[in-house]
Write a protein that binds this ligand. Structure first.
Ligand code: H79
Length: 457
C-alpha cells in the first residue's frame, strides 16, 4: 500500500476503531435491544442490593458450580439435592435482613453453573421439588419481596455444566459432548426464563456464564429480545451477550445487548454516565463456607460509597447456610450497614457519581443542587476541592451535623474541618450549590491521582 492508501484506510476505519473502544450499557445500535430507560433509572436510584448464592452445594461448603467435578466429584455433587433440607429457611427473615441493610432489591441464584433449579420448574426434575425440602424457595421469596417492598430479581446461568444438551463440559465430567445439542438446550433455557418472568415476576434477569464458546453473540441478542418480549420493563445485565470485554465489566461498543455493566469482585471504574453494578461478596466465597473471612463494616461502607461515587450500584453477596439461615454475624453486618445508611442514605440513594473523580481518600456523589463528599480518611484541613464552574457554594456541613466554614478563591473550594471527620468509616460532607450539578463535567482533584479501584483486594 502506498501512503495515500494507508491514510485513506485509516480515515475509513476510524469510525470502526472508535466504535470498538466505546463503552456502553449495550444495545444502542439496534432498536430491538434498546434499554428501557425508565426501569433502568429507577433501579439505578436504588444503588444497593442483596445478592444471594444458594443451593445444595452448601452441604459441602465448596464454591457453587465451580467445585462440581473439581473439589467434589460429579456424581457426588449431583446427588447433594437428595439431602438438601433447609428447614430453617424463612423468606421473611432474608428479606428483612436485606431491608435492614438498606437494600432495595434482591438477586437470587435461580440456577447456577451446576444446573440445579431453586424453584418448581416444569422443565426439569433437577429442582427444589425433588429435594426432601419440597418448598418453592423462589415463590416464597418473590411473594415476600412484594410484601416488604423489595424488588425481586433472579440470577440465571446460561452455561449449565449439568444439562446433557449443553455443549461444554467442566471438571472431570465424563459425559461425551457428542450427545449435546445447543438448540435444544436454548429451548429449555428460554422456557425456564419464561417461568421466572411469568410465574415468579422477576424484575431483573442477571445472566452469567456467557463466556464459553457454546454461547454466541447471535444467541445473546436473541435472548435479550426474547426476555423483553415477555416483559418490556425487564432489566437485563450485559452478561446476556458477548460484549463484556472491558476489564472492568462494561460492555465494549454498542452492538451488544445488555442494560448495564457487571464488574465482579471489584469496584467499577469511574463512569457516571454508563449504568453498571459491582457484585462483591461479603465474605470470600459466593456460596456459604464455614468460617469464611468476612469484610469489616468499614470496608463494606467504603465499598458502597466508592461504588456510588463511581456511578454504579453495589450488589453485596451473602451465601445462606445449608439449614436455610444466613449466619448471625452476616445478618448483624447487614444491619450495621443499614444503620449507617439510616444516617447518610441521602448521599447514596438517588444520587449519581461525581462531580469530583474519586481518589484513595475521597469519593463524591450528587443529586440536584447537593454535592456529597465521602471522606475515607482524615484529610488535611482545609479540604481543597476544585471549583465547579458556573456554580457557587452556598453552604457546607457535615451531613446531618454541624455547619462548616467554606470559601471559594482562586478556582478552589476550601472547606474547614475542625476536629477532622466525624465518622471513622466515611464522614459525609454536603455542599449546597446555587444550581443543579447534574450533567456537569467531572473534575480531577488537585494533586491527587484519581483512583477507581477497590483499595483492598
Ligand atoms: O456466580 C458468581 C461466580 O460463580 C461467577 N459469577 C459470580 C456472580 C463467576 N463467573 N466468572 N467467574 C466467577 C470468574 C471465575 C473465577 C474463578 Fe474461581 C477463579 C473460577 C475458578 C477460579 C471463583 C473462585 C470461583 C471459584 C473460585
Amino acid at each position: 500500500m502506498n501512503r495515500r492508501a494507508i491514510v485513506l484506510f485509516l480515515i475509513l476505519a476510524l469510525p470502526l476503531i472508535l466504535a470498538a473502544q466505546q463503552l456502553g450499557g449495550g444495545g444502542e445500535a439496534y432498536p430491538r435491544l434498546k434499554t428501557n430507560k425508565e426501569s433502568l433509572e429507577k433501579w439505578q436510584d436504588m444503588r444497593f442490593g442483596l445478592f444471594i448464592h444458594w443451593g445444595p452445594v452448601t452441604l459441602r461448603g465448596t464454591e457453587i458450580g465451580w467445585s462440581r467435578g473439581v473439589q467434589v466429584p460429579v456424581a457426588d455433587y449431583d446427588s447433594l439435592y437428595q439431602e438438601f433440607n433447609p428447614v430453617l429457611f424463612d423468606a421473611r427473615e432474608w428479606v428483612a435482613a436485606a431491608k435492614a441493610a438498606g437494600m432495595k432489591y434482591l438477586v437470587i441464584t435461580s440456577k447456577h453453573h451446576d444446573g440445579f433449579s431453586l424453584w418448581d420448574s416444569q422443565q426439569t426434575d433437577y429442582d427444589i421439588m425433588s429435594t426432601p425440602f419440597r418448598r418453592d424457595v423462589l415463590k416464597e421469596l418473590s411473594e415476600e419481596c412484594a410484601r416488604q417492598g423489595v424488588l425481586f430479581c433472579t440470577y440465571y446461568s446460561i452455561l449449565d455444566w449439568h444439562h446433557p444438551f449443553y455443549t461444554t463440559r467442566h471438571g472431570d465430567d465424563p459425559r461425551p459432548v457428542k450427545a449435546a445439542d445447543m438448540p435444544l438446550y436454548i429451548d429449555f433455557l428460554k422456557k425456564q426464563v419464561a417461568e421466572l418472568v411469568r410465574k415468579y415476576k422477576t424484575r431483573l434477569l442477571w445472566f452469567d456464564g456467557q463466556w464459553e464458546d457454546s454461547w454466541t453473540h447471535r444467541n445473546g441478542m436473541d435472548l435479550y429480545a426474547y426476555c423483553r418480549s415477555l416483559d418490556d420493563s425487564l432489566l437485563i445485565n450485559n452478561r446476556v451477550d458477548k460484549g463484556r470485554r472491558d476489564e472492568r465489566g462494561l460492555t465494549v461498543a454498542s452492538q451488544y445487548a445488555g442494560d448495564f455493566g457487571t464488574p465482579e469482585q471489584e469496584i467499577g471504574a469511574f463512569h457516571p454516565d454508563i449504568p453498571w453494578e459491582s457484585c462483591i461478596t461479603l465474605c470470600r466465597q459466593w456460596a456459604w463456607k464455614p468460617n469464611d473471612t468476612m469484610k469489616s463494616l468499614k470496608e463494606c461502607i467504603q465499598t458502597l460509597a466508592r461504588t456510588a461515587g463511581g456511578g454504579g450500584n453495589l450488589l453485596l453477596n451473602v451465601g445462606p447456610m445449608p439449614d436455610g439461615r444466613v449466619e448471625r454475624r452476616q445478618v448483624d453486618r447487614l444491619g450495621e450497614i443499614g444503620r449507617w445508611l439510616g444516617k447518610y442514605g441521602e448521599s447514596i440513594y438517588g444520587t449519581r457519581g461525581g462531580p469530583f473523580k474519586p481518589t484513595e481518600g475521597l469519593a463524591s456523589t450528587h443529586k440536584g443542587r447537593r454535592v456529597f463528599i465521602h471522606l475515607f480518611k482524615r484529610p488535611a484541613d482545609p479540604l481543597i476541592l476544585p471549583e465547579i464552574k458556573g456554580r457557587r457554594v452556598l453552604a457546607a456541613a457535615l451531613l446531618g451535623g454541624q455547619k462548616l466554614a467554606v470559601d471559594t478563591a482562586a478556582g478552589q473550594i476550601r472547606v474547614r474541618l475542625p476536629g477532622g471527620p466525624a465518622d471513622e468509616n466515611d464522614a459525609v460532607i454536603v455542599l449546597e450549590m446555587d444550581g443543579t450539578v447534574e450533567g456537569l463535567e467531572s473534575l480531577e482533584l488537585p494533586g491527587r491521582a484519581a483512583v477507581n479501584a477497590s483499595p483492598a483486594r
